[in-house]
Design a protein around this ligand. Sequence first.
Ligand code: SF4
Ligand code: SF4
Length: 422
Amino acid sequence: MLPMEGSPLLHVEQTADACIKCNICNTVCPVSAVTDLFPGPKYEGPQGQRFRAGIVHGESPDISLDYCSSCGLCTQSCPEGVMVAEMNSVARSRIIEERGGLRWRDKLVCRPTIMGNLARPVAPVVTWALGNKGIRLLIEKVMGVHRNAAMPPKFSEVTFRGWARRHKPPVDATRTVAYFHGCATEQYEPEVGTALVRVLERNGVKVTVPKQNCCGLPLISNGDYPAARRFAARLNGKLRASADDPGVIVANSTSCGMTLKSKYRELLGVDDPDANAVAKAVYDIGEYLIEMYDDGKLDTRFGRIDETTIFHTQCQLTAHGVGAPGLDLINMIPGLKVELSTVGCCGMAGTYGTKVEKYGIAMDVGQGLWEMAERIKPSFIVCDSETCRWHIAKATGLPVYHPVQVLDRAYALAGAQSTTRV
Ligand code: SF4
Ligand code: SF4
């Protein structure tokens, strides 16, 4: 289906006209740098778009489009505002529509909540099974999920919301925020959510946990826009009351936060009062804490951590346009030596690096980071995105934390921690 006049999708596609063929996007694309299977953003984006425009059934001129990882670095680097990554995403969604929908592997990897819920009653068994070479080989053959691809480090027996229901909020908070924890924190890494709550409460902020569902980002990345629109409508409906009051919704997943902030509108063409109110209210947690710091409201009495770490700036974090607040925050911790990753993307890109045909590309994209970890030998690595953390941990063998987990540890070392930990 071609976009209607005035549709945001049409806006994305029309930015192709601004391309001046400077090639800057080609210099930052991590995928075309490591494989000949993908000819690069300029060819795949604005040049390919000229062939797609006007095609009634929306075919892409080249199936190599599917190798775009949606990292977004091309859009961020383009001096002319060409929305290359978004254009590729829209074109991919048309290919999927033309094919009649996603193949079953992609349908499954797009539904982290279903996988987490199915696994929870037998979480230790699933965690063991996913670490078993024979079972992983079988999964690769049957499903096309690479045998060595990173999975959640463990399938959690408890959910974040289960912890939050038992948690007693502070009585002396001076402000309140709502928390969009997303699927990864709820299903696989509740410890990230509990750390986020403790860090905010340490700073006098009460955290509410509104009802929510998956934002649908995996569906967007894999090209199933109709299903993603249904997820978006449900989520915006659930978060609307929090967008009005308390008016701030913090998110710890940079990619999911970005989806709520702008991708529903840019990619799915969602433009309604609920979506717009939610988009305005969403903050990345690092962005929110740095604003508190700028206002002189952040407690900077951190305990010492005499260790070395690498901070990996996840590609979608830069799309928020707020710098790297997680880096600025952990740089305040006394004793912590922070090296900045020189790699723009670790290669994982959500579910991209799990697929058998793309796993090798994902590993090659992250090669510079693996070498940096080998050279520097940090105690741990810090990264804002969950799937990137899992990929980096698998490739380097090191623990990888969200910035709030490091802040939480530094606060705990400074004393006065009393809340229950997962
Ligand atoms: S950076 Fe922008 S203007 Fe330059 S080639 Fe790429 S899309 Fe075109
Ligand atoms: S989104 Fe990333 S992988 Fe895709 S064309 Fe742009 S830079 Fe390359």
